[in-house]
Design a binder for this molecule. Sequence first.
Ligand code: MN
Ligand code: MN
Length: 465
Amino acid sequence: MEEKTKGKLLEEMLCYTTEHIAKADESIVAKSMEFCEGYKDFLTASKTERLAAANILDIAKANGYVEFNPDGIYSAGDKVYYNNRGKAVILSTIGKQSVDNGVNIVVSHIDSPRLDLKPNPLYENTEIAYFKTHYYGGIKKYQWATIPLAIHGVVIKTNGERVDIHIGEEADDPVFCITDLLPHLAKDQRERKLNDVIKGEELNVVIASMPYPDENVKEAVKLTALALLNEKYGITEREFINAELEVVPAGGARDVGLDRSMVGAYGQDDRVCAYTSLMAEIETKMPTKTTVSVYADKEETGSNGTTGMESDFVEHFITYLSQMQNVNIVTALSKSKCLSADVNAGYDPTFPDVMEPRNASYMNRGVVITKYTGSAGKGGTNDSSAEFMAEVTNLLDAKNVIWQTGELGKVDMGGGGTVAKFVSQRNIDTVDVGVPVLSMHAPFELTAKTDVYTTYQAFLAFLNR
Ligand code: MN
Ligand code: MN
C-alpha cells in the first residue's frame, strides 16, 4: 500500500469534506432501495394532508398505537395517537424518564403546495365547465398547466353528512387539466414575467364539455357537471361552500433514473420527512425520553390555523403528559429538544447560480442539517445554537448516520422558513433536519433514496437518544 505523506495525513485529519454515500458506505444503497418501496406507496396514497393523516393513523393503529386519553395512566413503552381534526396527527411513545427531563420532538408537515377549489368554484364559459381555484403555498403557477390533475377532499353536506371525493388516481378514472396557450399564439404571453406566465385567475380546471340535454337550461355544461356530481356524491352547488377540495397532480410516485436511485413524486415536501419520522417513531419501542412525533398541517401557508404549528395543540398534548406526571409544563418544554423535519433545496447542477457550493446540500450525501433558514439577514429564522448543532451532529456521528449540512441557497437569493421558529419560540432547542430535494414545490419533485433512508436513520437516532 502506498504510504501517505505528512500533508495528506494532516489534510485527512483537519479538513471537513462530504462525499457520495455509495463511496462512504456502499451497504446503504440496498437498504435505501428497499426502504423507499414503502415510501413510494405512502406518497401515492397520501396526496393531501387529510389522506396523509388518515394513512399515518392507520399505520400507527396497526403498530399498537391507541387513542390518547388525557385522563389515562401510561407507562414506559405505551404508544398513543392524537388526531387533530383529521388534518394533523401526534404519535407518542412514553419514555422511561419523566417528562421533567423533556421530550424528544420531531415535527414534519403533511400539507403540500396545491390548488384549492374556491368556495363557489363551478362555472361555464363557451360550453366548457371549469372549477375556479386559489393556489395554496408557494408554486410556480405555470408548472400546473397541461398536466393531468386529480381532485381529493371532503364536502360536508347541509344535512351534516360528510362525503369524500377522490377522482383521478385510478387507471380508469378521468383526470382534469388547466390549459395553456399554444406557442404559435403566445407572442404576448412570452412578454409576461414568470409569476404571470399563467396568472392566478387563469388556474381554471377543465371539468366537462357536454351540455345537459334540455333546451330550457341556460348553462347546460355546468349542469352536466353538477348532475354527475349529484348522482355520484349527492351534492349540490351550494355545498361546495362547506368543502375542502384540493387539486393535485394525478398519478403515483415513480422510480427515477436507469439505476432507480431516485424517487420522483408530488408532495415529497414534506411527506418525505413525515414518512421517515413515522417509520422511526414506530420503530422506537422503549425510549429513554417520551417521543412526540408531529405531522402538522398548514406549513406551506405559514403554519396558521388550528392544525398548523402556530396552534397550541402540540403544547396542549405535552401539557397533558406533564399533568399526568405532576411535572410543571414550563420545565417539560424548556428541557425538550426538537428536530424540525423538513426538506432543503438540493444543489441542482443545471441551476448552480443560486447556490453557494460550500454550503449547499447535495443529492446522495445524506440527511441534511440546516442550522438556519430565513431570508436576507437571516430574517425569520430559528438559527439553532452551536451547542444544539454539536449535540445533533455528534449524535449522528456516534450512530454512524451519514449527514451533510446545507443552507437554503445563496445569501440574498431568496429564502424560506420552516416550523422550526414556531417550536423554538416555546423555549425548545430546535434544528432543521431533512432531505435535499430538486424541483421543490413542483408537481414532480426529486429526491435521492439514500438521503431518504439516512433521514430515517437520523430520526431513529434522535428519538432513541
Ligand atoms: Mn416543507
Ligand atoms: Mn415547502
